[in-house]
Design a binder for this molecule. Structure first.
Ligand code: HEC
Length: 213
């Protein structure tokens, strides 16, 4: 093929390239609030970046559930890309946790569990520095398309603040992000302390390790 024809074809391709399949441009996924401060449900979160699935995770060792559950975590794409660069979350980050019941009997399945269609819960963690006193806020969605902010006195905030690996988010359970946060040195001091091996004083006489209680 001669160069002229090739050029014509190429320019033709550019000129007449079909419109993007999606009607709307890629949603930027910044949090949107109602006039009375409720968060609008992020309808397109399933197009976002997948971080993890937890299975039967529980904060309470004694908890004995009569059913199994999966949770799936998603991040809005802009925030995810920023995390890859910096190891932490930018302003306007939205993280979604959806909970689904585990199913075992269906189709050809003989063992193990898969995720059911019904949503059992959907919670959003939003970073909006100018809006929330602690920079982040939680919103739990029920059947409505808007949700009020979970009060800051709720246990959600203290557990996330005290135990989460990066900026009140549980990056220690998000396998693609933990190595990045570790490399960039953005792990929270409380998490670093939590995972530090116990220092043995008897092995290090006169060493620099601090005395254990
Ligand atoms: C005792 C600790 C604890 C409490 C209390 C808690 N969470 Fe979490 N949360 C976690 C853990 C652990 C994960 C990681 C889940 C995973 O890996 O699948 C998580 C993840 C999340 C995420 C995904 C984004 C992120 O921040 O990492 C959201 C959203 C979330 N929790 C909302 C809530 C809400 C809302 C409440 C209160 C109703 C709450 N959590 C209470 C431990 C806690």
């Amino acid at each position: 093929m001669n160069t002229k024809l090739l050029l014509m074809l190429l320019s033709g391709t550019l000129l007449f390239s079909p419109a993007p399949l999606r009607q709307t441009s890629i949603p930027t996924a910044a949090p949107i609030y109602t006039s009375d401060g409720q968060l609008r449900f992020p309808e397109n979160y399933r197009d976002w970046i997948y971080l993890t699935s937890g299975f039967d995770m529980s904060y309470n060792p004694a908890m004995n559930m009569d059913h199994h559950m999966f949770d799936n975590v998603f991040a809005n794409p802009d925030a995810y890309r920023s995390f890859l660069q910096t190891g932490t979350w930018p302003d306007k980050t939205m993280l979604v946790l959806e909970v689904r019941g585990a199913q075992s009997k269906g189709s050809i399945n003989k063992a193990g569990n898969y995720q059911g269609i019904t949503l059992m819960g959907l919670e959003v963690h939003v970073k909006d520095e100018a809006r929330f006193p602690g920079k982040w806020a939680f919103f739990g969605f029920g059947d409505n398309k808007t949700a009020t902010m979970t009060p800051q006195t709720a246990e959600c905030y203290s557990c996330h603040a005290n135990h989460a690996a990066v900026d009140t988010t549980f990056v220690q359970f998000y396998p693609t992000l933990l190595p990045i946060a570790t490399a960039k040195g953005t792990l929270s001091p409380s998490y670093v302390k939590e995972i530090a091996p116990p220092t043995s004083t008897k092995d290090a006489p006169g060493g620099t390790s601090s005395p254990q209680p």
